[in-house]
Structures are given as structure tokens and as C-alpha cells.
Design a protein around this ligand. Structure first.
Ligand code: GLA
Ligand code: ZN
Length: 679
């Protein structure tokens, strides 16, 4: 394995985040510098939302204030991620060039306001955004404390304006070449939608094919629109990327992503990102496994390389219905959690809490009180001290997972717009069920997509792979033939990339490797369940119950216990050459997923990183391992409210305390504490 730091310009763990001094009078800047340094912060992200002040009109630019800020932070030894400011266009631009404004999904044309507000196909935006990026690159190219470019900010949303409509037609022409191909792919004979001219095609939105935000009447067309919208916004990113690269080829470029964010196919984007960075804002209900899963997704879209935690709040957000404080120790724990999954850099939004507008109640390193005398500041400072102690030892280390979960944005789009079989179909949640089970078994997981190689894995779990990408079946077949374990679930292999259903029985080609075919699927209302016995225990069958026929009766592991399909298989295992393919025809309980995943891992001889399964609630204890030329780093995080005691499997050193430990030694980890064990 080769180990790659997220950035060659970095020798230690970067620690800092969004700093917006332009929102404050200059007198306060020196005080900021003092407080940031005291908090052991060594990096700031600058210039995220300053377009309006940097560019007062079409041909005027004013960099004086940014120059001052850049010089100030350089003088103070801070590294910089320099943002391009293009995530919110200036009011004058919207006023003089209304094409920059978006039209919403319901057809409402926006006025100036908010942010992340530009139409991706606006000629004005496409002219001025890359131009600003170019000017910034030209001006600051020689600042050797710039560690990365941060293009725009949290790209997202959709636009349904006329410029987007025109661009959509061109995108379709490029994809389908002829209207015959398009008519076939979209199945337009349905409801008499045959198109004779490209100009007859309109955006599928709430004025045309949709009757609710996720209820469309033309699935294929809607899928293409989601893809097109993601591509359009991606092209905005590329426009800026290209300009910057020409001027500073050696400075890596990124944009901050948002984990499981539906609108953008990040896997496509990641190919154009020098490293991945993302913003982690879990909701109050989010457990440790769900956060971990997002980190794994973000690492996975860039070949498992280390990434940057671009933003997290040090304490509280302002945009949840109930903005709970992060309890003492949680910010630290979640920062290490990011690192446990591959982060090489820990950042916050933001350094100093703003005075007005909607983020005035958002957490920051420096609060409105303006001093170092707060709980949050002290926690930030303490973590900074620890990261400083860790130096760069861990940078570029990788996880070596033997289990992969398949996740694909195109499939997500397809399931989002699917009409039937149930409105409770939830792709992300189905992935999470399997992920949580593996998490509780303390087994590292990669989240991978259609183009990722399978060579390193022993188990591939592909929940609800409703749409299988062209050619993916051949990969799965080879994987299983060579000895891998493949797991498929209800709603697998039913459609092609255009949302045309497979003929000849579900799950399409996968019938072969799974040794079965699915005749019908029953959708159960929320309060109904069937049941089955698996490995001696009874479990519920919920949401969907597939009515399946097996090629070989012996493959059946469990049958339904009720209803007219009582006795039909619900869990099966088919041997295919050297490997095995499981089919789980329903949705069940977390206890079932734990049991299943445990059995799969035993069968494939995949062992937990540390065996701590005897603990009360294994899902509150997280274990991962990262490895590089310096060694292997085992992270054990205690998310529970109780102290725990574990025994360490090999001789090694506990980082931070520098304690040397012998094999089998028992060690205590306090509630919300963690250890990093180097072996
Ligand atoms: C996002 C944005 C930041 C800030 C935070 C607040 O992540 O990128 O600019 O608004 O949310 O939580
Ligand atoms: Zn538009």
C-alpha cells in the first residue's frame, strides 16, 4: 500500500477553520491572532463570503482588505485555505444580470438573497466566478502559507430556469445523440410523451412531471435531470479549478462536501478534487455509527485517501429545531472520530462568532464574550495541544478494510423517484442498518461505488441495489467466483441506468449468482410485520417482503412465518464457484443485522480489530485502525456515558500519554474519552 498525505505542504495535523475578520472592525484582529495562537490553532480558512466587497462592479476589484488579512495571518504563522468567495453572488450582479438568480423547483424565480444562490448555467456566473478565482490565484500565488484552495462553499440545490432548460437539452443531445434513443430510454410512449423536437423537452419539475418534490411521473427523465443538475454545478467547480490550476499547479484544490448529500454525485466530483474535505454537522439524533458512516463515504469517494474535516461546530449550531450544546468532551471525541476514519486535519466553523444575521447564535471558538474564559475555548485549546503533540505521525495513514458496502448516487436518485413499492423506502437507512452492525462488531468498512476495485475485500454488501450500473454484475460475479461473499437485498437489480425495468425476472443478471428469482414484492404498512427464524432466533420482516423462488431448495436459510407466502424463503445463501451470495428479501431489526453480519464475518474469518464484544453496548464503542510507514494506529473511542475497560491485543504505545503497554494489558477508557494505540 502507498500512503499519501492529503497535502504535501503539511507536516503536522492542521487545526483551525473558517475565520471571517471582514465581519469585524480591524481593531479586533490582533486580539484574534493572540487568542487563536493561544488555542493552538495553526490554520485558517479565509475569504469564504466576500465576493461583494472584493468586486464592487463588473470591472472593479478591491483586494486591499484581503491583502491585510493575508499578511496578518502570514505574519502570525498561520497556514491558509483560501476560499474563492463564489458561493454567494453580490447584490449588484443580481440586480444588473438577473440570469444569475435561480428558479426553484416549483418555478418560482428568486430575487437576490441568501447564499448558494447562483444559477449554475447563468452566463454571468460562469463568466465572473472563474474570473474571480483567477484574480485571487494571480494575486496570492506566492504566499507559501497557502495549503489549499477552497472553491465556493457547500455547493448544492437545483435550478429550473430557462438557461438551465436550454443547457439540459444540450446535455441530453450529447448523451442520447438522437431523439429516438431518448424516446426509447424514457419510455415516452407511456402517456403519449413522444418528442419530435429537442425544444419540446422541458425540465421535469413541479410545473411539469412532478406532483411533489420526490413524486414524478417520468422516472427516466427525472433521473437525467438530477444527473444534469449535479453535472452543471460540477462544471462551475471545474471552471474555477481550471483557472486556479493554471496559475498555482502545486497548490491542492478542494471544495467542502456534505457527506450523504442527495443532490450531487460526489463520486464524480471527487475525480476533480485534489483531496476531499467535508462538513460534519450531525443532527441531535445521530448516533456514532451514522457519523462514522459519513466519514467512510467521504474517504471512499477518493480511493480511501485521507481527507480534511473542513467544518464542524465547536459547540452548537443555529439551524436545528433544537440546538443542543455539544456536551463537554464531545467535540474532542468527534474530532478524533474523524481522524479515526481518515481525517488529517480538524477544522471548525468558525473562529469568532458573528454579531448579526442568522449565525449570531452559532458556536465559535471565540464567543461574543470575546475572551479565552469559556468552556468551549478551553476545550478547543486542549484539543489543539494534543494534536500538536501528535505531530504528523499519523498523516496519510489508511484503513485496510476487508468489508465493503456499495453505495451509488444514481441508485439513490432512482430510489428517490421510484413510484412504488412503498413510500418508506429509505436507501441511506438500509445502508445504515448494515453499517451499524459492522460498526458494533468493530470491523473497518469501506463505502465504495461502481468503479472501485473489489480485490481487497472479502465481503461486499450491496443493500437495495435497485439500479445496477452497466457491467457491474460482471464484477460481482468475478468477486464471488473468486471466493468473496456478496450480500444483496430486496429491491436489487430491477432497473437499468435509464430506469427501464429488467425483463426475464428480478433481480436481472443477479439471478445467476444469487440462485433465485423474485416473483413479487409485498409492501407492508408501518404497523405490520411478518416474521422469520434465522439461526435459531425469531426476527421481524418489515417494509418489503419479497416472494422468492430458489434454484436449489437447500439454499434456504429462513422462511416467512405468516400470510399467504408463509414457507417461502426470506434469507438464502447460494454457493457460486468459490464464493457465496446471500439474499435478504426483507427489512428487519438491528438484532438481525448484527447476527447476520457476525456470521458472515466468522465465515470469512474477519476478526474485530479488538474483541470487546462483551461490553454492554458495543455500538457505543468504536474501533478503527489506520496504518502508514510509521506503524499501525488503533483508535478506541468510548461514546458511552460509562467508563469501560478493555484489553489491548499487542504490545504498543498509547499516544498522548506515551504509556508502553504489554499484550493483554487491561486499560480503562473513561466515558467520552478515547485512546490511540500505536503498534
Ligand atoms: C455550513 C457552511 C458554513 C456555516 C455552517 C453553519 O457548513 O459552510 O458557512 O454556515 O454551515 O453550521
Ligand atoms: Zn438555472
Amino acid at each position: 500500500m502507498t500512503y499519501k498525505k492529503f497535502n504535501d505542504r503539511v507536516e503536522e495535523i492542521l487545526y483551525g477553520g473558517d475565520y471571517n475578520p471582514e465581519q469585524w472592525p480591524e481593531e479586533i484582529w490582533e486580539e484574534d491572532m493572540k487568542l487563536l495562537k493561544e488555542a493552538n490553532i495553526n490554520e485558517v480558512t479565509l475569504n469564504v463570503f466576500s465576493w461583494a466587497s472584493i468586486q464592487p462592479s463588473e470591472d472593479e476589484y478591491d483586494f486591499r482588505r484581503l491583502d491585510k488579512i493575508m499578511n496578518l495571518v502570514r505574519k502570525n504563522g498561520l497556514k491558509v485555505m483560501l476560499a474563492t468567495s463564489t458561493a454567494a453572488h453580490p447584490p449588484w450582479m443580481a440586480h444588473r444580470h438577473p440570469d444569475v438568480l435561480r428558479t426553484e423547483f416549483d418555478g418560482k424565480k428568486r430575487k437576490f438573497g441568501g447564499r448558494h444562490n447562483s444559477c449554475p448555467n447563468s452566463p454571468t456566473y460562469r463568466k465572473y466566478a472563474p474570473l474571480l478565482a483567477k484574480k485571487l490565484a494571480e494575486r496570492y500565488k506566492d504566499y507559501d502559507n497557502i495549503v489549499a484552495w477552497h472553491i465556493s462553499n457547500e455547493y448544492g440545490g437545483v435550478c429550473c430556469c430557462e438557461n438551465c432548460e436550454k443547457a439540459f437539452r444540450l446535455w441530453l443531445k450529447d448523451k442520447y445523440k438522437t431523439l429516438d434513443n431518448l424516446n426509447y430510454a424514457w419510455n415516452t410512449e407511456f402517456w403519449g410523451h413522444h418528442f419530435y423536437d429537442w425544444d419540446e423537452i422541458v425540465i421535469p419539475d413541479l410545473r411539469s412531471e412532478f406532483f411533489a418534490w420526490n413524486r414524478t411521473q417520468f422516472q427516466g427523465m427525472s433521473l437525467d435531470y438530477f444527473r444534469f443538475n449535479s453535472d452543471s454545478i460540477f462544471r462551475n467547480y471545474q471552471d474555477e479549478y481550471r483557472e486556479i490550476k493554471k496559475i498555482t499547479p502545486d497548490i491542492p484544490i478542494t471544495t467542502n462536501l456534505m457527506g450523504f448529500y442527495e443532490d450531487l454525485d460526489y463520486r464524480k466530483w471527487a475525480k476533480y478534487m485534489d483531496f476531499v474535505s467535508w462538513d460534519n454537522y450531525p443532527s441531535n439524533e445521530c448516533g456514532p455509527a451514522e457519523i462514522a458512516m459519513s466519514h467512510d463515504l467521504m474517504r471512499g469517494i477518493h480511493n480511501g485517501d485521507s481527507f480534511v474535516l473542513m467544518e464542524q461546530t465547536p459547540s452548537v449550531t443555529n439551524w436545528l429545531p433544537y440546538n443542543a450544546l455539544k456536551r463537554p468532551g464531545i467535540m474532542r471525541l468527534w474530532s478524533y472520530q474523524a481522524m479515526a476514519h481518515g481525517a488529517d486535519c480538524i477544522q471548525f466553523f468558525q473562529m469568532r462568532r458573528t454579531r448579526g444575521a442568522c449565525e449570531a447564535l452559532h458556536g465559535a471558538v471565540i464567543d461574543h464574550v470575546g475572551t479565552n474564559n469559556t468552556r468551549v475555548y478551553r476545550e478547543v485549546k486542549q484539543l489543539g495541544l494534543e494534536l500538536h503533540k501528535l505531530k504528523g505521525e499519523i498523516l496519510g495513514s489508511r484503513l485496510d478494510s476487508k468489508v465493503a458496502i456499495y453505495f451509488d448516487w444514481n441508485n439513490w436518485y432512482a430510489l428517490r423517484v421510484s413510484a412504488g413499492p412503498s413510500i418508506n423506502i429509505d436507501y441511506k437507512n438500509e445502508i445504515l442498518c448494515y453499517y451499524r452492525a459492522l460498526f458494533s462488531e468493530h470491523i473497518d468498512v469501506d463505502i465504495i461505488g461502481p468503479s472501485d476495485p473489489l480485490d481487497n475485500y472479502k465481503i461486499l454488501i450491496a443493500p437495495m441495489m435497485f439500479m445496477s450500473q452497466d457491467g457491474y454484475y460482471d464484477k460481482v460475479k468475478k468477486f464471488v467466483s473468486d471466493g468473496g461473499t456478496f450480500v444483496a437485498t430486496y429491491l436489487t437489480g430491477m432497473i437499468d441506468e435509464n430506469y427501464l425495468f429488467k425483463l426475464g425476472g428480478y433481480p436481472g443478471e443477479y439471478k445467476e449468482v444469487l440462485g433465485l428469482w423474485v416473483e413479487e414484492s409485498d409492501a407492508l404498512p408501518e404497523d405490520k410485520a411478518n416474521s422469520f427464524i434465522y439461526d435459531g432466533t425469531k426476527y421481524p420482516a418489515k417494509l418489503i417482503c419479497d416472494l422468492t423462488h430458489l434454484d436449489k431448495e437447500d439454499d434456504c436459510l429462513s422462511v416467512y412465518e405468516e400470510d399467504f407466502y408463509k414457507g417461502m424463503p426470506v434469507v438464502s445463501r447460494h454457493e457460486f464457484n468459490k464464493g457465496k451470495a446471500y439474499y435478504i428479501g426483507t427489512h428487519s431489526s438491528s438484532e438481525f443485522y448484527r447476527k447476520l453480519v457476525h456470521n458472515l464475518c466468522v465465515e470469512q474469518d474477519i476478526k474485530p480489530i479488538i474483541d470487546i464484544s462483551a461490553l454492554d453496548d458495543p455500538e457505543q464503542i468504536e474501533v478503527t485502525a489506520r496504518e502508514n510507514y510509521n506503524g499501525k494506529f488503533i483508535f478506541v473511542l468510548n461514546h458511552s456515558d460509562k467508563d469501560i475497560e478493555i484489553s489491548l491485543p499487542q504490545n504498543g504505545t498509547v499516544l498522548l500519554s506515551e504509556e508502553h503497554i504489554e499484550n493483554g494489558h487491561r486499560i480503562k477508557i473513561k466515558a467520552h474519552d478515547l485512546l490511540i494505540y500505536k503498534v
